[in-house]
Design a protein around this ligand. Structure first.
Ligand code: ADP
Ligand code: MG
Length: 399
């Protein structure tokens, strides 16, 4: 789960990490009120969307030479004008895709006198099975570009979970950022606190770009992105409350209500599968047969009829879906339960695309009978290869 910049900064501040003062705003009036609480004379009005590249972004509704989604304002009147410009409009950045994202929230924050911009991020690194801290002196810019053209300017430090964050990790961060004296000490403290926050909050990604050295010699987090391990959210109701569903894919939001693992993809064959491994295999075999999956969907091991119905409706609500492949192995989940769910859902939602079903496992015959007697035009398949061939052929024929 992702959160907004202002929410991430609120969390980091609780761990004693330095961030500029700022307030969120949902309306132009709130933006003005926020600015009045700040000392001035320099304010920054920042669009809050779950995507980066806002500074260089463009608003679809504004002239091409209008300012982007991060604006320096020199007076309260400027803050007001910028808030009017941004709220409700669509910001297109390198990370939003062409459609862009509507700006519904702003963050009005202190303007900082920047001496230098740095980069610092943290991820759970699968290769080393550790949390990795990635730092670079090249902050504020596109880090992918830095990684590509000057990889020597990026340093990765991994932290052994058994010992946790040690003083030498902090020194390595300060060294990689070429800091000395008080700033080096500040970087050591900051990186230790970031590690504490990252582990305590069950983050899976934290990116600070830029981390800045101010003219006054302080280190401040100027921009940050944070995302959390969804499976650990139950431990953090305060973080869960920060969820902004308007930023998420509506189908993925619906799926999460039923505890379904659903990810929207670009193809045209909807998949309903139980078990993540089987779901991956199903996507592979669709590709092997020359088509692309429209989604990844794992209904889980112990799904109920309600869950299957919900899954089916979510797949069908995607206009890109031109055919559906249901591939179920009845282990914990019985084939008749799946079959009932399919029949109920297909009757509730008008099924106007071909549907291929492959069932195997517990109560497979009962399941097949339910489908055969349902009066629905369901194409049965004997095995996975057969199922993939059939659905791909059906979709290609209809095209
Ligand atoms: P994004 O990465 O989405 O473009 P940032 O918050 O990183 O958004 O802002 C882009 C640039 O704007 C920063 O690299 C920095 O130079 C400037 N900036 C952002 N916030 C402030 C601030 N509070 N004071 C001064 N400059 C800022
Ligand atoms: Mg940034």
């Amino acid at each position: 789960m992702n959160i907004h910049e202002y929410q991430a900064k609120e969390l980091l501040a609780k761990y004693g990490i330095g961030v500029p003062t700022g307030y969120p705003a949902l309306t132009v009036e709130e933006a003005v009120e926020a600015a009045k609480k700040l000392p001035g004379p320099l304010y920054v009005v920042k669009a809050q969307i779950h995507a980066g590249g806002r500074g260089k972004g463009k608003f679809a509704e504004l002239p091409a030479d209008a300012k982007g989604g991060v604006r320096l304002a020199k007076s309260i009147e400027d803050v007001q004008a910028d808030a009017r410009d941004m709220l409700g409009n669509t910001l297109v950045t390198v990370q939003t895709g062409e459609a862009g994202k509507q700006v519904n929230r702003l963050y009005v924050t202190d303007g900082v006198d920047i001496a230098k911009e740095y980069y610092l991020s943290m991820v759970v690194d699968r290769a080393s099975s550790r949390i990795a801290m990635i730092v670079s002196t090249e902050g504020g810019m596109d880090i992918e570009e830095v990684a590509h053209s000057t990889p020597e300017k990026i340093t990765t430090i991994t932290i052994d979970p058994a010992t946790g964050f040690m003083p030498h990790h902090g020194r390595s961060v300060a060294f990689a950022l070429k800091l000395s004296g008080d700033l080096a000490k500040a970087a050591q403290k900051l990186s230790k606190k970031l590690y504490e926050a990252f582990t305590a909050l069950d983050c899976d990604m934290l990116e600070i770009n830029p981390l800045v050295e101010t003219a006054g010699g302080e280190l401040l987090v100027l921009d940050t992105k944070m995302s959390f391990d969804s499976n650990a959210l139950y431990r953090h109701p305060d973080v869960e409350a920060m969820r902004d569903e308007t930023e998420e894919d509506p189908m993925e939001v619906e799926a999460s209500k039923y505890d379904l693992a659903y990810i929207k993809l670009d193809g045209d064959i909807g998949c309903m599968v139980n078990g993540a491994g089987l779901a991956m295999t199903t996507m592979d075999i669709i590709k092997l047969n020359g088509s692309f999956p429209a989604n990844f969907l794992d209904v889980g091991g112990g799904a109920t009829t309600e869950k299957v119905t919900a899954a089916f409706k979510i797949i069908l609500s995607d206009p890109a879906v031109k055919g559906i492949l249901v591939n179920i192995f009845g282990g914990i989940m019985r084939c008749d339960t799946i079959a009932e769910g399919i029949v109920i859902a297909a009757k509730e939602v008008e099924l106007d695309v071909p549907l291929v079903v492959r069932l195997e496992g517990t109560n497979v015959q009962q399941g097949k009978d339910i489908l055969a007697n349902s009066g629905l035009s369901i194409i049965p398949a004997d095995d996975l290869g057969d199922a993939a061939k059939k659905i791909v052929a059906q979709v290609k024929e209809a095209a």
